[in-house]
Design a protein around this ligand. Structure first.
Ligand SMILES: Cc1ccc(Cc2cc(O)c(O)c(C(=O)NC/C=C/[C@H]3O[C@@H](n4cnc5c(N)ncnc54)[C@H](O)[C@@H]3O)c2)cc1
Ligand SMILES: [Mg+2]
Length: 214
């Protein structure tokens, strides 16, 4: 049977990256996406911005919405301090299965909890079922029309505290207009746009970093 793009991406990791070396996993995926097949990973250019925000926040608890193949999961987990936890939500079981193997190849399983399911169903369970108090950092990279409802849901579930950081991918391309309007106009957020490009292309895109003010 025909392989899928995520399966071919995983094969490229297993072929070209060193087990236990997260940086080689990231490089192997970027090389695959540049030279073989484009895939919707945050990529190397926006990835550097992601890295700088993660390093600055130095979070203990991180939530990622939309694991896909685990590229940004590996980038984030690689920068977490010991005992820090990254919970990543993915509702497509095929993508989740690939991501688990990419995360395992990088050797970062201890820092990552990949939960299969829809964000709308899982966010309300974070406190009770996953022992989360609040998130220091949330990386939004799932369906673009879910950014705003899930942000409001996280507020309603008390998962954000004064100083929690929301970092959103693709605020220009594909675009998340309702989310952008919300975080930029709400008095409860201080927002900043990091101009960049759609992964592996010259098309404009960027990340929006929003601090929850409580
Ligand atoms: C016009 C156009 C098209 C595509 C692009 C290129 C482009 C560039 C990008 O960086 C992109 O992030 C995207 C993009 O569409 N990302 C959507 C990513 C979804 C992943 O998250 C999963 N998921 C989606 N909703 C949920 C949910 N509620 N709960 C749990 N998991 C969810 C899915 O199962 C996928 O694993 C697209 C640019 C422009
Ligand atoms: Mg994206």
């Amino acid at each position: 049977t025909q392989s899928t793009r995520p399966q071919r991406l995983l094969s490229a990791v297993q072929k070209n990256a060193t087990r236990g070396d997260p940086c080689s996993v990231v490089k192997a995926i970027d090389q695959f996406c540049r030279s073989k097949e484009w895939a919707m990973n945050v990529g190397d250019e926006k990835g550097c911005i992601l890295d700088s925000v993660v390093s600055e926040v130095n979070p203990t608890t991180v939530l990622e919405l939309g694991t896909y193949c685990g590229y940004s999961t590996v980038r984030i987990a690689n920068l977490l301090p010991p005992h820090a936890k990254l919970i990543t939500l993915e509702f497509n079981p095929d993508f989740a299965a690939i991501a688990r193997q990419v995360i395992a190849w990088s050797g970062l399983e201890e820092k990552v909890q990949l939960v299969e399911g829809a964000s709308g169903d899982l966010i309300p369970k974070m406190k009770e079922d996953f022992g989360v108090k609040t998130f220091d950092l949330v990386f939004l990279d799932h369906w673009k029309d879910r950014y705003l409802p899930d942000t409001k849901l996280m507020e309603a579930c008390g998962l954000l505290r004064k100083g929690s950081i929301l970092l959103a991918d693709n605020v220009i391309c594909p675009g998340t207009p309702d989310y952008l309007e919300y975080v930029r106009s709400s008095p409860r957020y201080e927002s900043q746009y990091f101009k960049s490009h759609l992964e592996y292309t010259k098309v404009e895109d960027g990340l929006e970093k929003s601090v929850f003010l409580g």
